[in-house]
Design a protein around this ligand. Structure first.
Ligand code: MRU
Length: 342
C-alpha cells in the first residue's frame, strides 16, 4: 500500500488521518483551509516534513477560497491565513519554511489568478522535493550502518511523516533492502505512541524485522550490546547542530553516548533553521496534559493528577555523531548559520 499522508485531489486536500491508525485507514478530504489547519493541530497529519506539505496545500486551497479582485486585497487575506497556519504547531520548522516559500510566490504574483496557479505548483514542488530528499538521505544514512545492523529509533519518521519514504525510517527501509539490517527496536514513544502505532504499522507493511519496546527499555538493550546505532528524525536543527525532536530523543542520545553507540539525526535540509542559533532558542510545543493522563480516550491517572507534556526535547550537537541530509553527512562542529553579510 502506498502511504501518502497528504495529497492534492482536484481542489481538495486529502489527509490520511493518523489519529485513527493502525485500526482504520481513513482519508479525510478538506475543501476549506481551516479544516487543514485543524488537522495539523489535532495531529491527523504530523511529522515535520508532512506538516510543511499539508500547510502548503492548505494555503493553495485558501488561495481558491479568497474572494479578491486585486492582488493587494488577495495578499492581505492570504497573510491572515498564513498567520493562522503559523499558529498550528510551533516546533517543526518545515511549517514555517513552507509558509515563507508560499508567501514569496504571492509577493511575486501580479494577479490573484496567477497567485492561485503558482501557489499550487509551489506546494507540489515542496512535496516532490521532499520525496527526492528522502531517497538521497536514505542512501547516505544506510551507508553509515555496519553489516547486520541492529538499530533503535523513536517516534514515526516514515512515509507517514514526509513526502517520500521517510527520514530515519527511510534509512532503515533502504538498509533493509540492501540486506544490511538485522533488526529495529522501535521505541513506543509515549504519550502519543507514534512508535507503537505508526512505525510498527509501516514496518509491518515493509516486512522489516522489528520489536516495539517501552521507552524505558532503551538503556537496558544498549547495555546488553544489542544496539549498533540510534537513528532519529528532527523537527528543527539549529545553526549549531542542536536538534529538537520528539520527547525522549535526548534521553536516547545520552544513553547512546554513555554506551558509545553512534547517534544519527536524519532530516532534509528544510529542517535546518540557520536563523535559530542554538537549541535554547527553539520553541518547544507543550501539549494538553490529557495526552499523559488518558490513553485512547480512557482516563488512566487519578482524577486531579497534574501532568506536564513537552512534546519535544533538544539534543545538544555534542551528542550527535552525524546529521544526515540529502546533501551530505555533517559532523561536529556543525555550522548551519546564515552566511555573514560582507
Ligand atoms: O509530534 P510529531 O508526531 O509531529 O513529531 C514528529 C517527530 O518528532 C519526528 O521525529 C520528526 O518530525 C521527524 S519526522 C520525519
Amino acid at each position: 500500500m502506498k502511504v501518502e499522508p497528504v495529497a492534492w485531489r482536484e481542489g481538495v486536500v486529502a489527509i490520511l488521518d493518523q489519529t485513527q491508525l493502525p485500526e482504520r485507514v481513513v482519508i479525510e478530504e478538506f475543501d476549506d483551509w481551516r479544516g487543514v489547519a485543524e488537522a495539523i493541530c489535532a495531529m491527523k497529519v504530523r511529522g515535520a516534513p508532512a506538516i510543511g506539505i499539508a500547510a502548503a496545500y492548505g494555503l493553495a486551497l485558501a488561495a481558491r477560497q479568497i474572494q479578491a479582485n486585486t492582488i493587494d486585497a488577495f495578499r492581505a487575506v492570504f497573510g491572515e491565513v498564513c498567520a493562522a497556519f503559523a499558529q498550528t504547531r510551533p516546533t517543526a520548522v518545515n511549517l514555517f519554511g513552507a509558509i515563507e516559500r508560499l508567501q514569496r510566490v504571492v509577493a511575486q504574483s501580479h494577479t490573484p489568478d496567477e497567485a492561485r496557479e503558482r501557489l499550487l505548483s509551489e506546494a507540489r514542488a515542496i512535496q516532490r522535493e521532499d520525496y527526492e530528499a528522502d531517497h538521497a538521505m536514505a542512501e547516505r544514512g544506510a551507508a553509515l550502518l555496519p553489516p547486520n545492523a541492529r538499530v533503535m529509533t523513536i517516534c514515526n519518521t516514515g512515509a507517514l511523516a514526509t513526502g517520500g519514504i521517510g527520514t530515519a525510517l527511510g534509512v532503515i527501509r533502504v538498509a533493509y533492502e540492501q540486506g544490511k539490517l538485522q533488526r529495529v527496536y522501535a521505541c513506543e514513544t509515549r504519550p502519543r505512541l507514534q512508535g507503537l502505532k505508526l512505525t510498527a504499522w509501516e514496518l509491518l507493511q515493509e516486512g522489516v524485522p522489528f520489536e516495539v519496546i517501552a521507552d524505558g527499555a532503551a538503556g537496558t538493550l544498549m547495555a546488553q550490546g544489542k544496539v549498533d546505532a540510534v537513528l532519529a528524525g528532527a523537527d528543527r536543527i539549529a545553526a549549531n547542530g542542536d536538534t529538537a525532536n520528539k520527547i525522549g530523543t535526548y534521553t536516547l542520545a545520552v544513553l547512546a553516548h554513555y554506551h558509545r553507540i553512534p547517534f544519527y539525526i536524519v532530516a532534509p535540509e528544510t529542517t535546518i533553521d540557520p536563523a535559530t542559533p542554538d537549541g535554547a532558542s527553539i520553541p518547544i510545543e507543550y501539549r494538553d496534559s490529557t495526552e499523559i493522563t488518558h490513553l485512547g480516550g480512557l482516563q488512566i491517572a487519578p482524577t486531579g493528577a497534574p501532568a506536564l507534556n513537552p512534546a519535544f526535547d533538544v539534543t545538544p550537537a555534542s551528542l550527535i555523531t552525524a546529521i544526515v541530509t540529502e546533501k551530505g553527512v555533517y559532523r561536529t562542529p556543525y555550522r548551519f548559520g546564515l552566511p555573514v553579510a560582507r
